[in-house]
Design a protein around this ligand. Sequence first.
Ligand SMILES: Cc1ncc(COP(=O)(O)O)c(C=O)c1O
Length: 371
Amino acid sequence: LSVHISELETPALAIDLGIVERNVHQMADHARRHGVGLRPHAKTHKMAAVAEMQLSAGAVGLTLAKLGEVEALRSTALDDVLLAFPIVGPGKIGRLLELVRRISVTVALDSAEAAAALGAAAMEAGLAVGLLVEIDTGGRRCGVLPGEPAVALARTIAALPGVELRGIMTHEGHVYAATDARELRALSLAAGRTMVETAERVRSEGLDVPVVSVGSTPSARHIAEVAGVTEVRPGTYVFYDYNHIRLGVATVDDCAATVVATVVARPAPDRAVIDAGTKAVAADRFMIRAEPEGYGLVKGQPGWFFARASEEHGVLLRNGGESADDLRIGDRVEVIPNHVCPMVNLYDQAVAHRGGEVFGTIPVVARGRSQ
Ligand SMILES: Cc1ncc(COP(=O)(O)O)c(C=O)c1O
């Protein structure tokens, strides 16, 4: 008996696995063509099934942010992880060392303090932890600046006991602010070149820099071209989202993850209310520069704009005047979120479908594993 996603209890997270497979293989082919490793950031999906798909398509390992995510995904074929988040405090260091005993884990950090604390604990445990120095190529989040600050930290780390300098990394998240395709390409290539130059400067100190790791979804198709970059870490590309549609790097048909919602009220002719608010689609506004923001794209309903959200209610406003499609109480709609990663983290399981035909569920094993 086949079930269509429009018959699901709502709100429901629906994943079109056919689209996921296509996205996974396209990115894997792209990395292969450019001779760089692909290390997808699995915080987007937090699903063992999708991690296995990425690894069997040729990913060299995964990127994750949280120890809890690695612990939850450990049952998969996962044996090589980049933890792209500074590990700070004795509790977390202890858990990290437990993982290091079992699989290859490299940690990205940007301070001598964090590196020294980690190294001291590792040495006491008879271990050595691989580190990447995080470089700020423009995102102004973590990271030391390229050039001398990067060289100085690399030198310090290379001299510390209990840690091993493996290279450098950046997350060039500032590319999301590009206003057109040309600027996106320019920002991506510039970040890649900055990283390669920084690696060269560190090497000129006589230090080994085998890894030059970069990555975001919008930059991936450009930055992989920069000679000297060794791996890319896109994450959102498995599902894509409204940010990527508006940025011009994906189409509606590339978006694999939607929330199926029900129209539960029509309080005014120009207003429809759905049962998906911020606890169903997440509260993220755009990462890109675009107006109007809203809470997502109502798929196939160009006359309706997802204008407001409270926890349980999503408020859709007519924006197409008379030409807007009508919505009736009980109708189902599909929402493509602004930012898919925090949305997936709201669900224990996703409904897997192909073109709307449901065939199973996928547990989101690492959801909520934020420690
Ligand atoms: C360190 C790091 N690497 C890679 C990514 C993946 O980027 P994107 O979400 O654009 O795919 C992220 C995303 O936040 C990140 O923080």
